[in-house]
Design a protein around this ligand. Sequence first.
Ligand SMILES: Cc1cc2nc3c(=O)[nH]c(=O)nc-3n(C[C@H](O)[C@H](O)[C@H](O)COP(=O)(O)OP(=O)(O)OC[C@H]3O[C@@H](n4cnc5c(N)ncnc54)[C@H](O)[C@@H]3O)c2cc1C
Length: 417
Amino acid sequence: MYDVIVVGARCAGSPLAMLLARSGLRVVVLDRAAFPRDTVSTHYIQPSGLARLARWGLLDRLTATGCPPVTEALWWFGDTAVRGFAPPDGDIGFALAPRRTVLDALLVDAAREAGAEVRERCTVRSLLRSDDGTVTGVRYQSEGGPPRTLRAPVVVGADGRDSTVARLAGAPAYHARPPLTVVYYTYWRGLPAGRRHRNEVFLEGDKQIGVIPTHDDAYLVQAARPRDFFPTYRSDIERHYLKAVEEAAPSLAAELAGAERVERFRGSAALDNFYRRPYGPGWALVGDAGYHKDPLTGQGISDAWRDAELLAEAILAHRSGTADWDTALAAYERARNAASALLYDFTCEAASFEFDPMTRQLVRVLAEHREEADRFFGVIAGTVPAERFFAPDNLLSLLGRLPGDALAELTGTEGTP
Ligand SMILES: Cc1cc2nc3c(=O)[nH]c(=O)nc-3n(C[C@H](O)[C@H](O)[C@H](O)COP(=O)(O)OP(=O)(O)OC[C@H]3O[C@@H](n4cnc5c(N)ncnc54)[C@H](O)[C@@H]3O)c2cc1C
């Protein structure tokens, strides 16, 4: 009865279901949650992600929820301030940080409107297979109900970093790195109005503090520390969170002292970094299920949307007969990896709190040259190709702008006067 079963209905699952249903496929989505429902995640969406949302016809709906546009980035690397904003993607020259309760419900609605059937409070427990091992469906359970089965030629795991589908399908991981950070965050009201359209990040030693504006005049403030700090952090979250802010961002700490904390703390230390092979006979993975990285650079939501689009194209190519399953899905895996590899490395570098000497010197250039800072933020935002920014000749030309003493420090040679 169905062409595709999608497990998971948030950032990856609902857009995939929407795109497939819009192309005429019969799609069912199962999620153990009922929406709207929050999840442990901060929620900064890059302009490239918003451009994709606009192409899908959903951006106006999101902006209408009253989430303030972010049009300025201010990142502190110790005492060095890098200020700018990503070049626009088409006419999208802003970021947004909507609450996941709002965003995910909007995506679920869009999937339903496109014709996908979304079944909430349904937990997938196992995969059905044919004699040759091809996945042919799922066994699931709705709350308090008996086990049920659903069959389809394609089962997609959009079920997050701890994906049940990936585990049951035996999807191998690669380029894996252990968790590097632990992060806790909460929401504040009463911060200065000057912050309303700014994403501010403080990187100081082994602390990273981030501030983003969201719905209802609130601000999300997060404090990340190295993963080893997790047991200590967890022993008294509020104390260690405030201490990290005080030490890395004293001006922000003073603002929080006069502000109101409006929610409890949430956080995670299970922030593994890995790619998974995203397909096999009858199954595929999308979103965090197939590719997960530390959230420090805010890529996950936008990546999930990019990969939902890529996977939809692959499934449709297979359905239309223009490519066999392995060829279509291998192209999906290659495109996903090519689009994410450089930022994956940069994210792991930032999340290890250890910038190499070249990055530290590059930061000095970015601080002095606003147009280069904009291009750097464009890489994070997905509006400037990472391979162009990180190309050796571009890095050399940036470093050429350093004063002689800094170049000498970097190359270990005497500086020219
Ligand atoms: C602390 C933190 C901060 C983050 N900050 C940002 C940020 O600022 N910007 C950004 O872009 N990204 C951020 N991310 C990453 C972002 O949250 C994820 O990349 C994004 O949610 C991935 O979406 P997804 O749909 O792949 O998975 P998820 O959002 O994890 O959704 C998976 C869904 O699958 C369902 N599910 C799981 N198992 C089953 C099952 N067996 N049966 C049925 N349903 C199931 C779950 O209920 C869930 O609804 C952050 C993540 C964390 C942890």
